[in-house]
Design a protein around this ligand. Structure first.
Ligand code: SF4
Length: 255
């Protein structure tokens, strides 16, 4: 039974219900919702992950391809398309799309899961507490400036309440990341956390086991390790993260 609430309260109620007992409705229900209630209530259903964003929001490709100056650098063209993107429900509440940043010719590319609050407000990846820790790993541990690597996420817009991106959101967004990887063409990808690992490598297991192996993505060597936010919660992850970073450094001849 869906209660009669304001759109914001309805979204909170739906999210709560989803946590208690996840549920979804079929495409027909999604169409009915989209055609019979206000845009705000439709968004509440989408934000709670109950109906598909793609049933009511214009796909990214059409809007994003409009009038982009072809002479711009390749990454900039992708950034403009991502900035116009409304392909999934995360567009509704973003302050800024967080594309990624760093050296477009980087040897090392770090990939996290998605922007948090600080990143959403600033439009830059990994600038909150977890980002500051990543910067320390790069600058104090690897002894290179952060500006020398490239940093991006699986999704470019902030999931509400810092939840993990949902599978359909990741699927909607990952094309941008794949373009970034192709353009930067790093020698090494370092995936930070299970969301990155699952969406780029298709591996859905424990990080403890996954980090024992190395992988390849489109001919690029891939290392996986814990997300810096996990380190903030559990100091015991520091040692394995440093071991993983050293594996990547050895592969690159940095030590
Ligand atoms: S998260 Fe990605 S797919 Fe979703 S709206 Fe943002 S840029 Fe588009």
């Amino acid at each position: 039974m869906i209660p009669s609430l304001s759109p914001d309260s309805l979204e909170a109620w739906l999210l709560w219900q989803q946590q208690l007992q996840p549920f979804t409705f079929d495409a027909k229900f999604s169409e009915e919702i989209n055609s019979s209630v206000s845009e705000e209530i439709t968004r509440a259903f989408m934000n709670a992950g109950i109906i598909s964003a793609q049933t009511s929001v214009q796909p990214a490709a059409k809007k994003a391809e409009e009038a982009i100056d072809e002479s711009l650098p390749p990454l900039e063209k992708v950034r403009i398309r991502a900035g116009r993107c409304e392909a999934c429900r995360l567009a509704a509440k973003r302050t800024n799309m967080v594309f990624g940043e760093g050296n477009p010719d980087a040897d090392i590319m770090f990939i996290g899961e998605g922007p948090g609050e600080d990143e959403d407000l600033s439009g830059r990846p990994f600038v909150g507490k977890a980002g500051q820790l990543l910067t320390k790993i790069i600058e104090n541990g690897m002894k290179i400036p952060r500006s020398q690597v490239y940093i991006a996420n699986i999704v470019k817009c902030r999931p509400p309440a810092n939840r993990d991106p949902m599978p359909d959101e990741a699927q909607c967004c990952i094309g941008f990341l794949k373009e970034q990887i192709k353009i930067v063409n790093p020698k090494v990808l370092i995936l930070l956390g299970k969301v990155a690992m699952k969406n780029l490598l298709g591996i859905d297991g424990s990080m403890t086991k996954a980090r024992e192996a190395t992988y390849e993505y489109e001919g690029i060597k891939v290392f996986v390790t814990y997300h810096p936010s996990a380190l903030l919660r559990n100091e015991s992850f520091k040692r394995p993260v440093w071991e993983d970073i050293k594996k990547a450094m050895k592969y690159l001849g940095m030590m």
